[in-house]
Write a protein that binds this ligand. Sequence first.
Ligand code: DOR
Length: 431
Amino acid sequence: MLLIRNGYLLDPSAKEEGTADILIDDSGLIAGIRRHASAEDAPLPEVPASCTADAAGCIVIPGLVDTHSHFRDPGQTEKEDIVSGAAAAAAGGYTHVVMMANTRPCIDSTPVLQDVLARGRKTAIDVQSCACLTKDMAGRELTDMEQLAAAGASGFTDDGRPVMDAELLTRGLAKAAALRLPVSLHEEDPAFLHGSGVNAGSRAAKALSAGGADREAEISLVRRDLAIALRTGADLCIQHVSAAESVALIREARKRSPHIHAEATPHHFTLTEDAVLTKGALAKVNPPLRTERDREAILEGLADGTLDIIATDHAPHTKQQKALPFPEAPSGMIGLETAFSLGLRELVNKNILSLRQLVTLMTVNPAALYRLQAGKLQAGMPADLAVIDTGAHRTVSADFVSRSSNSPFIGESLPGIVRLTVFRGKIAYRA
Ligand code: DOR
């Protein structure tokens, strides 16, 4: 039994928002909600003070949903594992995570998938996983998608690598459409990569004497894959969009089909290519951070619904690896513990999105695409929620719950402190 009192209830699936009390029963369901402004809502029963959490001054929202996290398990658990990744997610207000499949071995077979899902079930939140689209992520042969779907795959992806064979991708998308599962794609054609993780032609690329990743690497594949997806009717998600032209292509495709979706990451909507000049490899990501014009196009895409999902691309790497010379350092940054705060600072506080829209892009939309039961706070539903003090600030320290600390945001003051994350009625994180 848990009573969360006096929080500002913001459930994007409900019309009204406002101060409310939420009672959670011992089976982990929402037993009742009393909106203070509503004359109809019945009073909630008394509960002992020890079972009460005061959420005054905080928003109470559905637990956040991240559909793009790398937990490195199996194979690189010095960076993260399913337990530490789930704990980092809970600390960021997330109750649902879909893991990426580029582990070692990668998640291209049912035994590996079943193992990660079984270990995910032992964590304090809901941890699901994509499976690879192609065997060994080699882009030559499709995985046994039926079998992986039956074993519980949330979707299919070779994230980290593009699928270069258009015919193979067409078959994969057709199969995914029949299985009613999404495919998410990492769009970087190696033909246009003269080094990764930094925008080609940028001052940073010049300073590093690195060729960099040309924007055409992304644009050309986005163009091709939208056309294929429109033909097959599959649910396609273009991952971590970085270029203005990609946003424009996705905008047009979304007018033609409700099956096209796209992610913006907090780092692509916050930073530009110049971050590499000051943060070095901590700002090295694939696809790279690009120009201010690209960042603005991503903001426009978020505002008009073209980019309908905010996903972290939480990509932990060790200090030692990130300290390597730029060309050898791996790409990626962690994101679960800063994502909502960056959304507040860059999107809500700068009037790009309303708070309700931000919450929608971080709960309802990713949950719908990946068929997760999440994104709603109503009586009778599972009590999966986050209590966040949006008015409070914190300075990001290197002391993350994640096993890794590769974040370029260390030292910055960010709005939003997660006070409580509750999954199925149990406290998964408390500040
Ligand atoms: O920067 C990235 N790192 N982008 C990806 O798509 C993969 C990720 C990783 O696995 O480290």
